[in-house]
Design a binder for this molecule. Structure first.
Ligand SMILES: Nc1ncnc2c1ncn2[C@@H]1O[C@H](COP(=O)(O)OP(=O)(O)O)[C@@H](O)[C@H]1O
Ligand SMILES: [Mg+2]
Length: 288
C-alpha cells in the first residue's frame, strides 16, 4: 500500500466484510486505492501516543461494544471516525436513542424504562398489551419480543432475570404499534436522506435479516423531515432511520442505526450508490 504525504489516509474498521463493507472498499478504491483495513480483532490503540494509522475511518464493526470502544480509542489518538463514538454510544443503545428522540421532540412509540421485573410489569400495565420488550443493545430484531399479556410478560421477565449481564436486567418496554406488515427504512448520509424503502415481511419484525424484502418507498417531505431530524438527534452522520406507521397513519421514529446495513436499500435504489456517498462524506471531512 502506498503512502502519500498529502493525501488523507483513509481507513475502514470492520471484522466481517459483507456486502456493505465490500461496497465501501470498492468506493474507496475508486478514489485512488489508498485505504487501510483496520480489523478490530487485531487492533489495539495505545492512548497518549502518536497514531501511525489512517486519520479518517469509517466504522463498520458489527459488534456494538467493539465498535464503540474502537471509535473512542481511535478518537483518543486524533482519528476522525464516522460515525463518532458519541453517535454510536447513543444510537447503539435503544434507551439512549429514545431519550434523544424525545428530547428532540420527535414522534416515537410510547416507551418506558424499568429497572426491575416488578417495575416492568407495572410499566406494562400502564403501556397496555400487546407490548414489546427489547434488549438495549442488539440488531436484526434479535430478542425483540412481543408480549401479548401479563402471563407472557412475566415469563419473559423471568428469562431476563436469569441472564448474567447486569445491563440485560434493565428493561426497555414499548407499546406495540399496530402497523401493517411493513416499516420504513431511510438511509441518511451527511444530513441528507438518500431515499427510503418499505421493508415488508411475513412476521411482525420486518428486519431484512429476518427475510423482509425492501421495496421502493417515495421520499415524502414528512419522511425526509423525520429522518433528517432523527439522524441529527443521535448525532449520526451516516444513519439508517427506521420509521413505523401507527394506527392513525402517523409516522413515528422507531430507531436509528449508526452502522447501517444497506443491502436491501441498495437493491431497491439502483440509482443511488450508498457506499459512494459514504466515501464522499469521509473525503469531505478529510478536506475540511
Ligand atoms: N413498538 C413496535 N411496534 C411494532 N413493531 C415493532 C416495534 N418495535 C419493533 N418492531 C418491529 O421489530 C423490528 C425490530 O425492532 P427494532 O427496534 O428495530 O430492533 P433491531 O435493532 O433489532 O432492528 C422493527 O423493524 C419492527 O418491524
Ligand atoms: Mg431495527
Amino acid at each position: 500500500m502506498t503512502m502519500n504525504s498529502v493525501a488523507p489516509r483513509l481507513g475502514i474498521l470492520a471484522s466481517r466484510v459483507r456486502f456493505e463493507e465490500k461496497s465501501i472498499m470498492t468506493a474507496l478504491e475508486k478514489r485512488g486505492g489508498v485505504f487501510e483495513h483496520l480489523d478490530p480483532r487485531t487492533l489495539s490503540v495505545a492512548g497518549g501516543t502518536t497514531w501511525t494509522g489512517p486519520d479518517f475511518v469509517i466504522n463498520r464493526e458489527v459488534g456494538h461494544y467493539r465498535a464503540l470502544y474502537a471509535a473512542s480509542a481511535l478518537e483518543c489518538v486524533g482519528v476522525t471516525v464516522l460515525n463518532t463514538a458519541a453517535a454510536t454510544h447513543v444510537s447503539g443503545d435503544k434507551w439512549h436513542t429514545s431519550a434523544a428522540l424525545l428530547k428532540a421532540g420527535l414522534p416515537t412509540p410510547a416507551t418506558s424504562l424499568a429497572l426491575t421485573s416488578d417495575a416492568a410489569l407495572k410499566a406494562l400495565d400502564e403501556l397496555g398489551y400487546p407490548a414489546v420488550i427489547k434488549p438495549l443493545v442488539g440488531s436484526w430484531g434479535r430478542l425483540v419480543t412481543k408480549v401479548t399479556d401479563r402471563e407472557v410478560a412475566t415469563a419473559v421477565l423471568e428469562h431476563i432475570e436469569a441472564l448474567p449481564s447486569p445491563q440485560a436486567h434493565i428493561v426497555y418496554l414499548q407499546a406495540l404499534v399496530g402497523k401493517a406488515d411493513r416499516d420504513i427504512r431511510v438511509v441518511v448520509v451527511g444530513g441528507e436522506p438518500l431515499g427510503a424503502t418499505h421493508r415488508r415481511g411475513d412476521e411482525w419484525r420486518t428486519n431484512v435479516a429476518r427475510g423482509a424484502v425492501s421495496e421502493l418507498c417515495p421520499l415524502t417531505d414528512e419522511i425526509t423531515d423525520l429522518a433528517t431530524r432523527a439522524a441529527a438527534a443521535v448525532g449520526a452522520d451516516i444513519a439508517g432511520v427506521d420509521l413505523i406507521e401507527d394506527e392513525e397513519g402517523r409516522l413515528t421514529v422507531l430507531e436509528v442505526n449508526d452502522r447501517v446495513e444497506f443491502r436491501g436499500f441498495q437493491s431497491a435504489h439502483p440509482e443511488v450508490d450508498v457506499a459512494d456517498r459514504i466515501v464522499d462524506l469521509l473525503l469531505a471531512r478529510a478536506a475540511s
